[in-house]
Design a protein around this ligand. Structure first.
Ligand SMILES: Cc1cc2nc3c(=O)[nH]c(=O)nc-3n(C[C@H](O)[C@H](O)[C@H](O)COP(=O)(O)OP(=O)(O)OC[C@H]3O[C@@H](n4cnc5c(N)ncnc54)[C@H](O)[C@@H]3O)c2cc1C
Length: 459
């Protein structure tokens, strides 16, 4: 038995949004004072620093709708308590299509909102029909309407969103959606944790010896240390698999790299009051014949000349009187090894601008000439095949996991933290707790349902 340098009740591996939230709810809700968070990096500096920081309660399955709804309620509590230190806004998500009868999308709405859908979904159809649609009056989250407005009246669409191209036929405006500052959220939680006895250790967990307590070997700048903990949380983001390997488990998580660009919209193409906008339609990007020929020659780039999936994101970023915008497109589906060099694609800015200019044609101005200071970055979506998270006990006694939060870990950090903390004190109250725990893989009914899903809620 190695000499133990530090003993604690709980050790959380990973100081990203999720690990910090687990520690926060253990301290805040369950009064746990003896918590150590371990990370070799600055808190919130890996995947959590790359987030677009958007949130929404739209999902094609009621479990994920309830999960994110609960997280948004916790975010609202923190916003109220802190005078909105987390900069919560609520202009909604505008999901755009050129299809006038997108029955599959409407079915997803009804499936996702379950028994409440009848009350929540409002249709605005027919030219000139009297409409009860309320465009977002401000960015304030308090008082913003809930539910979803389905706009199918072209005149209403034109009048409300003149920045979109004329061919938009339907907008699903999800109203319980907007943005927060994930960094401020993490900072607020860390302050609470530290004020209540918790602490951070800078170091890399390199091995775990099972038993009661569990023993962790940590490589710190001062040399190796040994820590014993009654309970350990694997919140290692893209490295969930490494930590699971240390106790001989496999969590079935892969890492898929996704990218964004942010730049100053000097031409003022994107209105500052635009909701977070997602163009859902597939498209073929426009290339010159010469460009098309060059791209087709390389199997890696040939796909850029073919039909591309929908899902291009665009939103104004920062203050309403500012100029920055963010664009993203999660079209990559190829898993990568997060230990290797980041697979950042130098063509991405050009690709996303071409795609986004179909909906907001003025953005084409920036193709090949992004303003100085533009930022191109990315991070890993750590995800399960079904795109549901893993929160709850692992098979190893005393080990828990909170991760695989894919592209929704900022919005779902609070509920993931609370749910994991509840599991750790053996009181998982949320009705969906078992569906999101690793034990779901042993439930053939749940897994059959998940396999049959037409959409995994990947936006
Ligand atoms: C481009 C992009 C855009 C996104 N946009 C959104 C969005 O708009 N809204 C949203 O809700 N979500 C979004 N996400 C997803 C969100 O950012 C992630 O789900 C979330 O940040 C994951 O947090 P995490 O704490 O699990 O992981 P991380 O933030 O990666 O934290 C994990 C931490 O664990 C540490 N660690 C790993 N291994 C060890 C070890 N052995 N010992 C000690 N420490 C270890 C790492 O150093 C790291 O700091 C986006 C993600 C990307 C990549």
């Amino acid at each position: 038995m190695p000499t133990v340098d530090i003993s604690t009740e709980v050790a959380v591996i990973g100081a990203g949004s999720v690990g910090i939230a687990v520690a926060y709810y253990l301290a805040r809700k369950h009064g746990c004072r003896n918590i150590v968070i371990i990370d070799p990096r600055d808190p919130m500096s890996l995947t959590s620093a790359q987030s677009g920081e958007n949130y929404r309660n739209w999902w094609p399955h009621p479990v994920m709708t309830a999960f994110t709804d609960d997280s948004i309620a916790l975010l609202e509590d923190i916003a109220s308590e802190t005078g909105n230190r987390i900069n919560m806004t609520r202009r909604g998500y505008a999901l755009i299509t050129r299809r006038s009868q997108p029955d599959d999308l409407i079915e997803d709405l009804f499936r996702g909102y379950g028994s409440e859908a009848e009350q929540l979904v409002r249709f605005h159809t027919g030219a000139g029909s009297h409409s009860m649609y309320q465009p977002p009056a401000s960015s304030a989250w308090e008082g913003a309407p809930g539910g979803i407005d389905v706009l199918q009246d072209k005149a209403l669409i034109r009048q409300t969103f003149p920045a979109y191209a004329d061919d938009v036929a339907t907008i699903l405006h999800v109203r319980r959606a907007g943005s927060i500052s994930g960094q401020q959220l993490g900072q607020f939680m860390l302050e609470y944790i530290k004020a209540n006895g918790g602490r951070l250790i800078r170091g890399d967990v390199t091995a775990i010896e099972t038993g009661s307590p569990l023993t962790l070997r940590i490589a710190t700048p001062e040399g190796h240390k040994t820590l014993s903990a009654e309970k350990v949380v694997n919140a290692a983001g893209p490295f969930l698999k490494d930590v699971a390997d240390m106790v001989g488990e496999n969590l079935g998580v892969s890492c898929v790299y996704q990218q964004k660009i942010a730049f100053e919209d000097r031409e003022g193409i994107v209105p500052r009051d635009l909701p977070f906008t997602i163009d859902l339609d597939e498209q073929t990007l426009s290339w010159t014949d010469e460009e098309r020929e060059i791209l087709s020659e390389d199997p890696e780039t040939a796909r850029l000349t073919q039909m591309m999936q929908g899902g291009i994101h665009c939103r104004p970023d920062g203050a309403e009187d500012g100029k920055w915008i963010k664009l993203g497109w999660a079209f990559n589906h190829k898993p990568s090894d997060p230990h290797g060099p980041e697979p950042i694609d130098t063509q991405f800015p050009d690709i996303v601008l071409r795609g986004a200019s179909r909906l907001q044609p003025g953005l084409a101005t920036y193709i090949g000439k992004l303003p100085r200071g533009a930022h191109h970055y990315g991070g890993y979506y750590a995800m399960t095949e079904e795109n549901w998270p893993l929160i709850g006990p692992m098979r190893t006694p005393g080990m828990f996991v909170a991760g695989a939060l894919s592209g929704f870990g900022t919005m779902a950090a609070c509920i993931s933290g609370e749910l994991c903390a509840d599991w750790m004190v053996d009181k998982p109250k949320a009705p969906y707790a078992h569906m999101l725990a690793p034990s779901r893989y042993a439930d053939s009914n749940i897994m059959a349902e998940l396999k049959a899903q037409a959409s995994r809620g990947h936006l």
